[in-house]
Write a protein that binds this ligand. Structure first.
Ligand code: DGL
Length: 262
């Protein structure tokens, strides 16, 4: 029996879980939403390290054999410390700068992420390593996490927030947008709509979650951790009163069923 632990500041990590479960449908999952302390994006790294340490302890007590840090901000702030502290495989998020830089035709890529991710040395190193030869423009997804945590994925309020953060990147010439926060893919349809309404076509949005899911499969296989369980399923936990986790979970559950049937 093996359990895969997944953590995020809130419900955003479900965008990663959705991709993982496509590859490992018979695994057991424990998902922890730290919504009592959400958002992480504007918090100090030490605070995030403290939260992630406590959550990892809790995930281990609940049987986790590996932990997916399904949060770019937490990965940037804490994954190195978690690896030092716990003898477990950790899989983290990384903004998809490399694949964006390889695919852009305009030579400009846009990165949407939290303030915490954009200032972290982990991101600055990635940018330095893979961003040569292209121009990188950045913006925080202002209000995106709060929208998703309140279950507002479309409509005027979501469109206004998406326009404010996305349009400056498109106006700067970006044809490829890296989604550098796991909450943001839940606003993807609204971002596409805003881009189209403002005359931008053919914009490519990159969500690193499928690549992270493939990496997890590899890491588990290398560590000899089995992924077929006699009782597959997912347990959801949150640190505070939960507004959205279960709603977004049923949304991705429905999407999966629709995709399977199609
Ligand atoms: N989902 C998170 C990320 O990928 C955290 C967002 C936040 O809590 O600010 O960065």
């Amino acid at each position: 029996m093996a359990v895969i632990g997944i953590l995020d500041s809130g419900a955003g990590g479900l965008s990663v879980f959705r991709e993982i479960r496509k590859l490992l449908p018979r695994a057991r999952y424990v998902y922890y939403s730290d919504n009592a302390f959400c958002p992480y994006g504007d918090k100090e790294a030490d605070f995030i390290i403290g939260r992630c340490t406590q959550i990892t302890e809790w995930l281990r007590e609940n049987g986790a054999d590996a932990v997916v840090v399904a949060c770019n901000t937490a990965t940037a702030a804490a994954i190195a410390r978690l690896r030092e502290q716990f003898p477990l495989p950790f899989i983290g998020m990384e903004p998809a700068v490399k694949s964006a830089a390889l695919g852009t035709r305009s030579g400009v890529i846009g990165v949407l992420a939290t303030a915490g991710t954009l200032k972290a040395s982990k991101y600055l190193i990635t940018k330095g390593r893979y961003g040569g030869g292209v121009r990188i423009v950045e913006h925080t997804g202002s209000g995106f996490v709060e929208l998703v945590e309140n279950g507002i994925l479309e409509g005027p309020e979501a469109e206004k927030a998406c326009a404010e953060s996305l349009l400056p990147l498109l106006e700067a010439g970006a044809d490829t947008i890296v989604l550098g926060c796991t909450h943001y893919p839940f606003l993807l349809e609204t971002m596409r709509k805003v881009a189209a309404q403002n005359g931008y076509s053919g914009i490519r949005f990159i969500d690193p979650a499928p690549a992270v899911a493939r990496r997890l499969v590899q890491v588990l296989s290398d560590a000899g951790i089995p992924t077929d369980d006699a009782h597959p399923g997912t347990a959801l936990f949150s640190s505070g009163p939960d507004k959205t986790l279960k709603t977004l979970y049923s949304l991705i559950d429905k999407e999966d069923t629709v995709r399977e049937d199609a």
